[in-house]
Design a protein around this ligand. Structure first.
Ligand code: SF4
Length: 241
């Protein structure tokens, strides 16, 4: 494979985020009977979060050398570790490393609300800040995915540190690979990111990638691993339904 395209995946991005209130609801979780009374606050917080945030993202790409025994090694000598990662990287040529942030403005304002005893405003704005960071990551990933698909390269699921697939230690790899300070994001000793409203993920890619992030192509439809936390699509029987 000609690897010139790797430079197209290495960049600082400034995605323009326009939040749908439903994105805030997804971060708030189910509100039950309180949903109707909170809707105006959710809409207000979505607008406030947009005005307070400065979404940015940074991406880079590395080529895979090997993926086996709980370790995915890259040709630059770096590696990521996690029992299930070699499965996610089956057939992968490389990985995108991606960190996105809403910036510090939203959490500073949410903390002010908490300090003033306005807990509902603080909680909803906090969720809106998370929604901004997720939106920034997804938008940037959509752009990078488009770049890869132009070259008929398949893309896998985004795997975040601190999930069943990849332990929180993975954050160290993210920050070893990406100069995240360029977008104002640092890694704390706790392995949390600062600003807190930030998201990080690694995304495998390759022409022969096995676990593609497409329900119609993913092998999960015919896979019986019922408790798999990485499942992309429901089991549809031995022939895929
Ligand atoms: S459900 Fe099966 S194919 Fe899908 S990710 Fe899990 S182990 Fe892999």
């Amino acid at each position: 494979m000609n690897n010139d395209f790797l430079t197209d995946l290495t960049a600082v991005h400034s995605p323009a985020v326009s939040l749908d209130p439903e994105e805030v609801w997804r971060c708030l979780g189910p509100a039950g009977s309180a949903r109707e009374s909170l809707q105006a606050e959710v809409i207000r917080s979505a607008d406030e979060a947009e005005s307070l945030s400065m979404p940015r993202a940074i991406s880079g790409a590395l080529l895979v050398e090997t993926a086996r025994r709980g370790t995915v090694s890259f040709t630059d000598g770096s590696a990521v570790q996690g029992k299930r990662l070699p499965h996610v990287f089956e057939g992968a040529d490389g990985a995108i490393f991606l960190i996105a942030t809403a910036g510090p403005g939203v959490e500073a304002r949410a903390n002010e609300y908490f300090g003033q005893g306005e807990h509902v405003s603080g909680i909803v704005l906090d969720a809106a800040g998370t929604a901004i960071a997720i939106n920034a990551l997804e938008q940037t990933l959509a752009q990078l995915t488009w770049e890869l698909k132009q070259r008929e390269i398949k893309v896998g699921p985004a795997i975040a540190p601190g999930t069943e697939t990849w332990s929180m230690e993975g954050q160290r790899s993210m920050f070893d690979v990406l100069p995240a300070r360029d977008i104002g994001v640092t890694l704390l000793d706790s392995l949390m990111m600062h600003p807190q409203k930030s998201q990080s993920s690694i995304i495998p890619f390759g022409r022969e990638l096995h676990l593609v992030n497409d329900p119609n192509e993913a092998p999960c439809r015919t896979c019986r691993a019922q408790r798999c936390p990485m499942r992309i699509e429901e089991y549809a029987g031995p022939l895929g339904g």
